[in-house]
Design a protein around this ligand. Structure first.
Ligand code: ZN
Length: 131
C-alpha cells in the first residue's frame, strides 16, 4: 500500500469502514510508516475533539494512548478473523472428508449388497471379531 492509499483510508479507519483485507494492509502500513501514523494521529485527534464538543464532556483524553489501544484492538480483530477463517476452513475439510467417506461407504454397500460388507462398517463394528 502506498502512502497516498493509506492516507485516503484514514477516515474510513476512524469510522470503522474498512474490510478485513484493507484494514490489514492499512495497519501494516501505519506500523511501518511514521508519516502516515502521524497523519492518522492528527485525524484521530480532530475526530475525538469534535466528538468531545458534541458530548460536552470535560474529561481529558490521552489521544495518543487511545489511538495506540485502538490500533492494537484492530490488529487483534484481524487475528481473530484469521483464526475464525482457518477454523471454518478446517471444518469444511472435515465435513467434506466425512461426506466422501459416507458416499464411498454407500457405494461399497450397494456393490456388496449389504452395509455389513463395507470397510467402514468393519472398521467400527467388526474390529474385535476380525482378530
Ligand atoms: Zn506512508
Amino acid at each position: 500500500m502506498t502512502c497516498k492509499e493509506a492516507q485516503n483510508l484514514v477516515m474510513d479507519y476512524i469510522n470503522r469502514n474498512l474490510g478485513e483485507k484493507k484494514l490489514e494492509s492499512f495497519l501494516k502500513h501505519i506500523r511501518e510508516c511514521k508519516e502516515c501514523y502521524e497523519e492518522l494521529e492528527i485525524y484521530y485527534m480532530i475526530h475525538f475533539a469534535i466528538q468531545r464538543l458534541d458530548s460536552d464532556e470535560h474529561a481529558s483524553y490521552d489521544i495518543k494512548h487511545m489511538l495506540e489501544e485502538d490500533l492494537k484492538e484492530a490488529e487483534k480483530s484481524i487475528r481473530r478473523w484469521k483464526i475464525r477463517r482457518s477454523y471454518r476452513y478446517g471444518m469444511i475439510v472435515i465435513a467434506e472428508a466425512l461426506l466422501c467417506l459416507i458416499i464411498l461407504t454407500q457405494i461399497q454397500g450397494l456393490n456388496a449388497g449389504s452395509m455389513e460388507e463395507t470397510s467402514f462398517y468393519r472398521l467400527f463394528f467388526q474390529e474385535e471379531t476380525d482378530r
